[in-house]
Design a protein around this ligand. Structure first.
Ligand code: NAD
Ligand code: ZN
Ligand code: ZN
Length: 340
């Protein structure tokens, strides 16, 4: 099978012809139809974060396709069957027994496996996944659209859910890329007034097209623009930039919530304590979402409540795709199309 492989941290990906993997106990083999390119895959290939991925690595945690084989000993007990269309999200496996799994916080499991990071992902014609942690894709959602929802969608949906937007509040989404273009739509669905922030004309236009109440160009003085809007109550920062996080914090009103989602390589941000205390600001970290959260995202999409903005690409162009994203040249998401 064809797969894109990170041979060493910081090295370009290699598209290789590999042997098709075999599903182990409790696993399924999925024939991948589409896989989105999340900015996380770039961080993974570059080894940006304190915890490094497996090497060699097949990235990809926005994979969607059909189950073609169920591994032993599941058989008829498998939660999914041959022919089912499923998504393979970042949370590749969770123990199901620790206090976080039991309490409905499986994304903070004490013994997790991460798709396309600690286990091989879906930049491949076939991928192995744990049957218990794939998520069925309903008929009303195409595989192409399901791919970005599988990480970009569920991550921003959950990040807003934990920030609990109220209808009289303003939610700001910083970065209108893969994550942010969906986050903006969820902020509207949660009933908040919305502010979209980016540094690219195309992304600011996209935010307007998606119904943002206000857009702010972070190349100009964003503090002044946000002040004129009366500040914000929620700031969801998808940009992996400490400076963007500090600017978002500075725009928060009393009782404001800063939700950190983007993961900068330098892993540090300095925030003022005095303003945080005097305004009662909460700083929240949020990691992807649960299987239930993803089912919600698919359901909202099937009912026409969200729009996925993405372009198809061939897996052979993977290194060019990384460059396109880093240069800010793409509409919102790139999705590998294995039919092409
Ligand atoms: P992306 O590259 O598609 O989007 C980033 C956007 O930020 C682009 O639109 C870009 O123009 C904009 N931008 C850049 N600098 C900016 C600035 N200073 N101010 C405002 N906007 C700016 O990336 P993505 O796939 O949406 O991922 C974003 C980040 O989220 C990555 O760090 C990724 O690893 C992380 N991530 C986190 C989780 C999680 O669970 N916490 C899940 C998925 C991705
Ligand atoms: Zn992701
Ligand atoms: Zn657990």
């Amino acid at each position: 099978m064809k797969a894109a492989v990170v041979p060493a941290l910081g090295a370009p990906l290699e598209v290789r012809d590999l042997e098709q993997p075999t599903p182990g106990p409790g696993q399924v083999l999925v024939a991948v139809e589409n896989c989105g390119l999340c900015h996380t895959d770039i961080h993974a290939a570059q080894g940006d974060w304190p915890v490094k991925p497996k090497i060699p690595l097949i990235p990809g945690h926005e994979g969607v396709g059909r189950v073609v084989e169920v591994g032993p000993p599941l058989g008829a007990d498998s939660p999914v069957s041959v022919g089912d269309r499923v998504a393979m999200p970042w949370l590749g496996h969770a123990c199901g027994r620790c206090r976080y799994c039991v309490a409905g916080w499986e994304t903070y499991c004490t013994a997790p496996a991460y798709t396309g990071y600690t286990m091989d992902g879906a930049y491949a014609q076939y991928a192995v996944a744990h049957a218990s942690h794939v998520v069925p894709v309903p008929d009303g959602v195409s595989s192409f659209d399901a791919a970005p929802l599988t990480c970009a969608g569920v991550t921003t949906y959950k990040a807003l859910k934990v920030a609990r937007p109220q209808p009289d509040e303003t939610a700001m989404v910083v970065g209108i890329g893969g994550l942010g273009h969906l986050g903006l739509q969820y902020a509207k669905l949660f009933g908040a007034m919305t502010v979209a922030v980016d540094v690219e004309d195309d992304k600011l236009q996209l935010a307007k097209d998606l119904g943002a109440d206000h857009t702010v160009d972070a190349r100009d003085d964003q503090a002044e623009q946000l002040d004129a809007l009366g500040g914000v109550d929620i700031a969801l920062v998808t940009v992996p930039s400490p400076a963007a996080m500090r600017a978002a914090h500075a725009a928060l009103n009393p009782n404001g919530r800063l939700v950190l989602v983007g993961l900068p390589a330098d892993n540090r941000v300095e925030l003022p304590v005095f303003e945080t205390v005097l305004k009662g600001i909460s700083v929240i970290g949020s990691l992807v979402g649960t299987r239930n959260d993803l089912a919600d995202c698919f359901d909202l999409h099937a009912r026409g409540r969200t729009r996925v903005v993405a372009e198809p690409r061939a897996l052979e162009d993977v290194n060019g795709c990384f460059d396109e994203i880093l240069a800010g040249r793409i509409p919102a998401r790139l999705v590998f199309d294995f039919a092409s």
